[in-house]
Design a protein around this ligand. Structure first.
Ligand SMILES: [Zn+2]
Length: 221
């Protein structure tokens, strides 16, 4: 089945960031900012961003604003889930570096021309690996096309570090793999230009047996 990916928006945004007010309960106004919209709602300030593969809207600051309706978070992932076999091979590759105490970075791209893995194609770019970081030598290529960016934390827990927060500044999904090789776990979040929302890994990928998804308690749709 060919996944239905929304076509590229045809309008030309006049502002990189738009500021809007919620008018309908639970639904944000249509996203029109070049990067994202701020939406002021009865329960706080939301960030709303859309690209052909993904639309998200989540609260970045709780507040009570009388007279405005509250919103519900939006997570609309318009691609096939990342298959279990794909996750397995990524963890296998991460284990090779984990044996040396090193992190490693993957770029996950999607193409309707790719016949395997439901269109998902993984890259492990040329990069500088240390025990605490992994940085590609070049921007561009898979870095620009990645919809999901994954890095591994060898034997350490799958938690996003302050350095990860500083590095992960795009609009895409970010994941971290930890506790390799014996108790692999994976944590996933949406990143919107420095704003983050942790989501269950199971929303975007099929987890192999023995791989734990780090799901935070407060995730509610
Ligand atoms: Zn990290």
């Amino acid at each position: 089945m060919t996944p239905q990916v929304a076509t590229q928006r045809t309008f030309c945004p006049t502002q990189l960031i738009e500021y809007k007010t919620a008018r309908l309960t639970s639904q944000p106004p249509e996203c029109s900012g070049g990067l994202f919209d701020y939406v002021f709602a009865g329960d706080g300030v939301y960030v709303h961003a859309a690209r052909p593969e993904l639309e998200v809207c989540f609260c970045v600051e709780r507040a009570t604003v009388r007279g405005l309706p509250p919103l519900l978070p939006v997570f609309d992932f318009r691609l096939p889930r990342i298959p279990e076999s794909f996750v397995c091979s990524m963890i296998r590759d991460a284990n090779v570096w984990a044996e040396q105490g090193l992190e490693t970075l993957f770029h996950l791209c999607w193409s309707d021309l790719a016949l395997m893995d439901d269109g998902w194609v993984g890259y492990e770019p040329e990069q500088a690996r240390t025990a605490k970081s992994c940085r590609p030598f070049q921007d561009g290529g898979s870095h620009d096309r990645a919809i999901v960016e994954v890095h591994s934390h060898h034997s350490m827990a799958a938690k996003f570090s302050p350095q990860d927060d500083a590095d992960e500044t795009g609009f895409r999904l970010y994941a971290v793999i930890g506790r390799l090789p014996n108790a692999p776990e994976i944590r996933v979040r949406v990143g919107v230009y420095g704003y983050f929302w942790e989501i269950p890994a199971s929303w975007v990928m099929d987890l192999p047996d023995g791989v734990r998804g780090c799901e935070i308690q407060e995730v509610v749709l």
